[in-house]
Ligand binder design. Structure first.
Ligand code: EPZ
Length: 433
C-alpha cells in the first residue's frame, strides 16, 4: 500500500500533457472485442481501471497485445467465453461494458453485477431496461451474476428515465448489432459518449446523434477492425486546471479539447482566474486569492460531477461563502470530513455543501474515500501549510496516470512512499524543510 506525501505551499508552474480519457477508453476497449479482426487503440491512459479491463478481455479469450503503455491491439476473434468473473467487476465498474459488447456480438453475456461504490448505490436498471427493449432476457442470478441472452436483437425506441453515461454506452454497444433501428432518448451527451460512438462507427457501425440527447442507431451485421485514438481526458485536464488555480500557479495544460472544459473554465474565470485557450491547450493563471461562487453538478455540458470534490476544495480556500450542489450521485461528499481535518469550514446538508472560505489549510494525515475525492485531497495538500500524508491512493491511481510525477514536474514537493515508511517520511521532511 502506498501513500502520497506532500509539502504544501509551492505554486504549480510549467507544462503538463493530458492522457487519453479513462471513461472513453473503458467503453472503447470493450467495444473493440465486437470485431473478429485486430483493432488498434492509441492514446489509452496507463491507469489501473484500463489495465484491469484489458485483463478481463484477455480472460474471456481475446488476444490483447499491449504494444506500449498507451497503445493496445485487441482481436476478439478468439473469444471462448461470455462469462466475466466478479474479480474484474469488483475492481472496476467499467467492466460492465463487456455486458453490452458480448450481448451485441454473441447475443449472450454473463457478467457479475457491479457493486455499489463510495459515491452512491449506482443501480443498473437503465442498462437492463435497454437490453430488454432490444429483445434480451436479463436475469440477476445467484451470486450476483447478470445473465443476458437474446434469440434475436431487434432495434427499439428507448427512453432513459435518468441521464446515464453507462447505460447510454452499453445500449449503443448492443444496438449497433441489433436488427433495424434503435433510438435512445434522454441519452447522456458526455464527450466520451461521442468518442465511443465515433469509435464504433470506425468499426462499421451506424450511429448518429451522439452528443445530443437523441441517438439513432441502425444495426449492422458485423463490425470490422479499426485504428482509433482516444480523446483527451476532460477530468484529468480539469483536475490540473484547478490544481494550478488553487496553488496560485501558472500552468499550460496540453493535449486537451478546450470545448470539453467550458464549464470548468467558466467557473475559474468567474472566481478570478485567467484562462487562456489555444487549439489543444489551456493556460491557467491565478495570482490572487480567488472569489466564491455556486456550483451545481449536471450531466454534460453542465459542471461535471467528477470535478465536484476538486472545485469544492478550491472554494474552501476562496474568499466568501460558496454552495456546491451534487445532483448526480447521492453520496459524493465523503471527502468533506477529511478536508475539515485540514481546517476547511464546510457544512454538508443533503446534496449541498455550504463552504465558508478559510485563509489556509493545515497539512494532516488523510485518506482518499474515492478516485476524485482523492485527487481533491491532493490539491488540498498542495496548498496546505506543512506536510500532508494521503493514503488509499490506489483509488487515485485508477484514474490518474503518474499523478505525483506530473505534479512534481510542475514544482510540487510530492512523493509516493510505501505506507508508514518512517524513514522515507523523515527523509522527505528533511529535504523539503
Ligand atoms: C460514469 O459512471 C463514470 N464512470 C463516472 O465517473 C461519472 O461520475 C458518471 O458516469 C457521471 O458522469 C465511467 O464512465 C466508468 P451514470 P456511470 O450511469 O455510468 C443513476 C470517475 O470518477 N443511474 O451516468 O455509472 C446513477 O445512480 C467515475 O471516473 C441509475 O439510476 O454513471 C447516478 O445517480 C465516478 N440507473 C446517475 O444515474 C442506471 O441504470 C448517473 O449515473 C444507471 C445510472
Amino acid at each position: 500500500m502506498d501513500q502520497y506525501i506532500i509539502m504544501g505551499g509551492k505554486p504549480l508552474v510549467g507544462e503538463v500533457v493530458i492522457e487519453g480519457a479513462k471513461n472513453a477508453a473503458l467503453g472503447i476497449l470493450a467495444g473493440a472485442i465486437m470485431a473478429d479482426e485486430p483493432v488498434l487503440i492509441e492514446n489509452i491512459p496507463d491507469v489501473n481501471d484500463v489495465n484491469v479491463l484489458l485483463e478481463a478481455i484477455q480472460g474471456i479469450g481475446a488476444i490483447v497485445d499491449r504494444i506500449d503503455s498507451h497503445k493496445v491491439r485487441i482481436n476478439g476473434a478468439t473469444i471462448n467465453s461470455v462469462y466475466v468473473d466478479y474479480e474484474y467487476i469488483k475492481k472496476i465498474r467499467g467492466s460492465y461494458y463487456l455486458l453490452g459488447a458480448l450481448l451485441g456480438k454473441f447475443k449472450e453475456a454473463q457478467v457479475a453485477l457491479p457493486g455499489g461504490c463510495n459515491i452512491g448505490s449506482r443501480p443498473i436498471d437503465q442498462h437492463k431496461k435497454g437490453f430488454e427493449a432490444l429483445g434480451a432476457v436479463v436475469k440477476i442470478e445467484h451470486g450476483g451474476i447478470i445473465n443476458a441472452r437474446a434469440d434475436e436483437l431487434v432495434g427499439n425506441h428507448i427512453y432513459l428515465d435518468v441521464v446515464s453515461v453507462g447505460a447510454t454506452i452499453n445500449i449503443m454497444l448492443v444496438a449497433s448489432r441489433a436488427k433495424g433501428k434503435t433510438i435512445i432518448e434522454n441519452a447522456a451527451k458526455e464527450p466520451h459518449i461521442v468518442d465511443v460512438a465515433n469509435f464504433l462507427n470506425s468499426m462499421g457501425a451506424n450511429i448518429k446523434g451522439a452528443g445530443t440527447d437523441v441517438i439513432r442507431i441502425k444495426g449492422v451485421d458485423s463490425l470490422h477492425g479499426s485504428d482509433y485514438s482516444i480523446i483527451p481526458d476532460q477530468i484529468e485536464a480539469g483536475t490540473f486546471m484547478l490544481a494550478a488555480a488553487a496553488t496560485k500557479g501558472d500552468v499550460l495544460i496540453k493535449n486537451v479539447i478546450p470545448k470539453h472544459l467550458d464549464a470548468i473554465t467558466a467557473k475559474l474565470v468567474e472566481i478570478g482566474c485567467e484562462v487562456e485557450e489555444f487549439d489543444d491547450a489551456v493556460r491557467v493563471v491565478a495570482k490572487k486569492r480567488l472569489g466564491h461562487t455556486n456550483v451545481k453538478t449536471l450531466p454534460y455540458p453542465g459542471f461535471p460531477t467528477d470535478m465536484q470534490p476538486q472545485i469544492a476544495t478550491l472554494l474552501a480556500l476562496s474568499e466568501g461563502t460558496s454552495v456546491v450542489t451534487e445532483s448526480i450521485f447521492e453520496n459524493r461528499f465523503k471527502y468533506v470530513d477529511e478536508l475539515a481535518r485540514m481546517g476547511a469550514d464546510i457544512k454538508v446538508e443533503g446534496n449541498m455543501a455550504v463552504i465558508n472560505g478559510v485563509e489556509k489549510l493545515m497539512g494532516a494525515a488523510v485518506s482518499s474515500p474515492d478516485l476524485r475525492a482523492g485527487a481533491a485531497l491532493v490539491i488540498a495538500g498542495l496548498v496546505a501549510e506543512g506536510v500532508t500524508i494521503l493514503d488509499q491512493i490506489e483509488y487515485i491511481e485508477r484514474g490518474y496516470e503518474r499523478f505525483h510525477e506530473k505534479l512534481a514536474s510542475l514544482g510540487a514537493s510530492m512523493e509516493k512512499i510505501n505506507i508508514n515508511d518512517e524513514r522515507a517520511i523523515k527523509k522527505f521532511k528533511l529535504r523539503v524543510s
